[in-house]
Design a protein around this ligand. Sequence first.
Ligand SMILES: Cc1cc2nc3c(=O)[nH]c(=O)nc-3n(C[C@H](O)[C@H](O)[C@H](O)COP(=O)(O)OP(=O)(O)OC[C@H]3O[C@@H](n4cnc5c(N)ncnc54)[C@H](O)[C@@H]3O)c2cc1C
Length: 482
Amino acid sequence: MKQIQTQVVVIGGGTAGMGAFRAVRNHTEDAYLIESHVFGTTCARVGCMPSKLLIAAAEAAHHARHTAPFGVHVDGDVRVDGHEVMRRVRNERDRFVGFVVEDVEAWPAERRIIGQARFIDEHTVQIDDHTQIRAERFVIATGSRPIVLPEWQALGERLIVNDDVFSWETLPESVAVFGPGVIGLELGQSLHRLGVKVHVFGKTDGVAGISDPVVLAEAKTVFGEEFPLHLNTEVSTALDDNGRVRMDYRNRDGESGSITVDYVLAAIGRRPNVDNLGLENLDIERDERGVPHAHPLTMQTSIPHIFIAGDASNQLPLLHEASDQGKIAGDNAGTYPDIRPGLRRSTIGVVFTDPQVAIVGMRYAQVYQAFKNPECVVVGEVSFRNQGRSRVMLKNKGHLRVYAQQETGLFLGAEMVGPSAEHIAHLLAWAHQQKMTVPQMLDMPFYHPVVEEGLRTALRDAMSKLDLSGNFSRECGCCPGE
Ligand SMILES: Cc1cc2nc3c(=O)[nH]c(=O)nc-3n(C[C@H](O)[C@H](O)[C@H](O)COP(=O)(O)OP(=O)(O)OC[C@H]3O[C@@H](n4cnc5c(N)ncnc54)[C@H](O)[C@@H]3O)c2cc1C
């Protein structure tokens, strides 16, 4: 077995690992990057980018089918060529992956090792059965993988995860999606719009991670009108005589049914890849899912020389978070024991459905957890059903709710489903990070006629409910603005 001694080892060559390795190398070149599978990142290979490519094709099909209300008639059927759709998804995806791999290949080849890393002790990792590395510091950046329930294993190759979708040569006839979360909804809606027969199942009432009951109700209505969305539903699956999947389902109200589909897409969530890392050989503090605790500003675990970043940290499984956390963890592993807090930005999450879903700053559930007294919070809201520009474009579906602190008018967060949510979310996230108040946000310019005027309506609604007289005196518990 090859033996190596070094300063820093980064485990996992995805977005967080690459960010960490880049940051480490600003402090020392004596570092190694270990990747168990292939370089190219989950985001570029099987995540953010190919999913957005599939969504782009779905949007094209959807628009082509919905021109008539504008008086524009596209004669004949809209034909979706599954081979062409998937060819573009794969080709463009490969182009994005190529850029990432180019970055990786710019690093010295002898500093990149392929193989599965496992901790043997606090200072040693073994890679497969070919190399042992003793290092002073480590960054764990091993990402996450889809959760697959044991009972689904019997479905064999009829059970798929997101990775499989993006290697399809063409589109299947039918797919059942387990999990109306971010990934399930994005893929489910786009496959539906591309002509695949789609059913989306959820065990609970939840959709797309929305915690605000008003926004959630609108999301359920909008998506439920477009494709079969079975919430609060128990499902049993089995292969039929033709090798397809038969699904029997029953919801909480007793409604039941059966369908047969080509594939079942597992999208009930992702689990951090920390179970095959040999963490049991370390005396490291972990949460109930086995994920090492890490300080959110330093990414340092309870073992001071071990840092963690990206989906593996289970803090916020998003691409920009993986990048930020990777940089923080890499900088600190590089300069250890001189570690510093890094920049963590205001939370922003976008689901690229149509209409989109967005969550900014504190979610509804977090706001009401933080402020035990509901009188201390003000909610401003707008429905997009009659919003001017949205109606012009026939995109008038959705609802936005903004949350503010009663006493100060501080903007706390927002949840929305609706048009241009990705852009409104950015305005709100910038305002949140700048710790702006609702009156300050209303002092900002708004053009006419734009979807953002809907945001202004919600802010005005919040403003009308604020008591900024200085006389507000309730026991509010903690106040995030302080
Ligand atoms: C379908 C889908 C769509 C998404 N869309 C978006 C989006 O639109 N916007 C957004 O912000 N986020 C999106 N995400 C989430 C985003 O892709 C992830 O948050 C991000 O890629 C995580 O990066 P990472 O570096 O933590 O993990 P990864 O990029 O997965 O890197 C982890 C690496 O570690 C390697 N590894 C694992 N174990 C070991 C080991 N023991 N030894 C060595 N190497 C190991 C793995 O092979 C992998 O290469 C999406 C995800 C999916 C699945």
